[in-house]
Ligand binder design. Structure first.
Ligand code: GLY
Length: 383
């Protein structure tokens, strides 16, 4: 097949979600020739259905210390990342260093909360145990049934949709090119080296390809086995409610309802939307909304913030998170020369956008794999 006459030092990014756009922006502003392809419109998949939580403290899980470290690094970079992005795009991204209240109602919930709190303390994280009354002083909308809470003041949030918009704008302003609604049909590999891609029946030559296509990263033909990222879709259903004067939250409220294992988080956004998420369902590529999913979310949220009962529903949505085999991202070089992974960010795509963008840009520009991303190479799945 004839390759189109484009410079061979061009960088192609597959996927224009928050990860692909973030990397593309960093590389384009460093003067590189970057072309991003997306099967849909930029940022309309998992990045759109997210709640924009930047919550490594609240959401830490056992045996994920390396991921916690990466999350904290990324969180630390957010103010600078946002500052630069807002100034270069001319758009605000609704960044809010609000903190998170993890809450419990039943004895089971509070046992779980206390187990999580002990772990957070063992890790040296700055968290505080609150009684129900203390929690309501912080967030008066909480139900009188909330019996205890853990306050995570270091956690933050951003408006994920505004972030995507600003990244798209900044990327284009920095000279990057974006091809939307054009799935990549194949990655062209010869002698364990990248040659380019095929998209929209055309071939594009590139010396570097960055695979950032979320849960679709494993479906692109042409990759040999050891370079195929083991990612799967994990469905998240989400709602947007309109807060009113009678029911406005100040901080993110996060509830793990032990009785049904449902997790509900309520994220108040500038402008008055309350994002309420999210289910975690292994349903393959089915991104339907279900009555059961929405019911579980609403029941859990209503138990801890009863005032949501009267709030208008603005939107329901579902997205597919890219979960890897160990639920951590897949970042860095692959056995194919010129092919770089930036996928599998699962529940943390928004949080990990700055650290991913910086480390992958550094890898492309200097060949150096930053220590931040070394534990997350695709080679960990080789065995
Ligand atoms: N970051 C939360 C979620 O994916 O549900």
């Amino acid at each position: 097949m004839e390759l189109s006459q484009v410079p061979s030092d061009r960088i192609i990014i597959v996927g224009a979600g928050i990860i692909g756009l973030g990397i593309g922006w960093r590389l384009a502003r460093a003067g590189r020739d970057v072309l991003i392809f997306d099967r849909d419109r930029a940022g309309q998949a998992a990045s759109h259905a997210s709640a924009g939580m930047l919550t490594p403290l609240a959401e830490v899980r056992h045996e994920e210390e390396a991921l916690l470290k990466l999350g904290l690094k990324s969180l630390e970079r957010f103010p600078e990342f946002v500052g630069q992005l807002e100034s270069e795009s001319g758009l605000s991204v609704g960044y809010r260093p609000d903190g998170v209240l993890l809450v419990g109602v039943t004895r089971d919930d509070i046992e779980y909360l206390s187990f999580r709190y002990d772990y957070q303390r063992d890790l040296g994280l700055p968290v505080e145990w609150l009684s129900g009354t203390q929690a309501r002083e912080r967030e008066p909308q909480l139900s009188p049934r909330v019996g205890a809470a853990v306050w995570c003041p270091g956690d933050q949030q951003v408006d994920n949709r505004l972030l995507v918009k600003a990244l798209r704008e900044a990327f284009l302003k920095a000279g990057g090119s974006l091809v939307e609604s054009t799935p990549v049909e194949a990655i062209d590999v010869a002698h364990e080296r990248i040659r380019g891609i095929v998209a929209g029946d055309k071939s594009y030559r590139a010396a570097t390809i960055i695979l950032a296509a979320g849960c679709w990263s494993c479906l692109i033909p042409g990759l040999p086995g050891p370079a195929m990222p083991p990612v799967r879709p994990v469905r998240g259903q989400i709602l947007r409610l309109q807060m009113t004067e009678d029911c406005t939250l100040k901080t993110i409220v996060w509830y793990n309802r032990a009785a049904s294992s449902a997790v509900a988080y309520l994220c108040p956004k500038d402008g008055g939307h309350l994002v309420l998420g999210a289910t975690s369902e292994e349903m393959g590529f089915d991104d339907s909304l279900t009555a059961g999913g929405i019911f579980e979310l609403l029941r859990a949220a209503w138990e801890v913030v009863p005032g949501i009962y009267d709030l208008p529903i603005i939107e329901t949505a579902a997205g597919l998170r890219p979960g890897s085999r160990d639920d951590a991202p897949i970042l860095g070089k692959t056995p194919i020369h010129g092919l770089i992974m930036a996928t599998g960010h699962y529940r943390k795509g928004i949080l990990l956008a700055p650290v991913t963008a910086d480390a992958i840009a550094e890898l492309v520009l200097t060949g150096n794999t930053h220590e931040d991303i070394r534990p997350f190479g695709i080679d960990r799945f080789a065995a």
